[in-house]
Design a protein around this ligand. Sequence first.
Ligand code: GUN
Length: 286
Amino acid sequence: MTINIDGKALADEIVQSVADKVTLFKQKHAITPGLAVVLVGDDPASGVYVRNKIKRSEQAGLRSIEHRLSAEVSQAELDALIDALNQDSSVHGILVQLPLPSHLSDKKVIESISPAKDVDGFHPTNVGRLVTGEADLIPCTPLGCMMMLERQFVDLSGKHAVVIGRSNIVGKPMASLLLQANCTVTVVHSRTQNIEALCREADILVAAVGKPLFVKESWVKPGAVVIDVGINAIDKEVKRKLVGDVDYDAVFPHVSAITPVPGGVGPMTIACLMQNTLTAAECQLA
Ligand code: GUN
């Protein structure tokens, strides 16, 4: 029997556990951990993600501070806001929703956030700490994937994990985390030869390519565990529908467990952001 890994249910558990810890944190420090969320422009998908982050912050008992900036904001104005948030001791986490409009630099923004408040785990200091296994703040999507895998396998040690995609946000940090969990890790990408055969070797297959229904049933080893990071909007007879990077219906009968889209990795990413905000506050007050 294939298991449908319910990311929404696990995310609810994590948010509840963060809320319990936030209650204790408030009793101990008389401070509410604060998360500043910055949204530039009016991209509808980014707007939805930001709304969900704010809603979950409330459920976790965190104080969220939303900053909406016009799509025309200058780099200097954005830098000044981040500077002010870095200095503000009531703000423990800063998240700038990416991608930014093309006249702004994602890289400059990532590097200007204080590493202690970098709840995305994207700052080069935190990337370095992740690779050496010393990170407090780990990118939310790979962290959520690891939590789902750890539920599925008591021990990941010795498993062959194949990660499809090499982005800084998902593929690379995912590979680091799997390696730390003693997996044998292969990263495949657009220049890889014979992707399909490599994927078929995987005990754990993590798809993060951003291509709808890219992974077919012939790509998976029977009994594998499949984590689908993709969230792709496709038009299906006029109506828009969300699908993953994996052809869920075709793959499902062949694997031991798989995450659905929606309701898999997406809710876990936001739950991990709540966890990271609490971790950032704890580290700042330690
Ligand atoms: N855009 C898509 N994913 C992410 C993420 O994890 N963090 C931020 N800041 N922006 C994103």
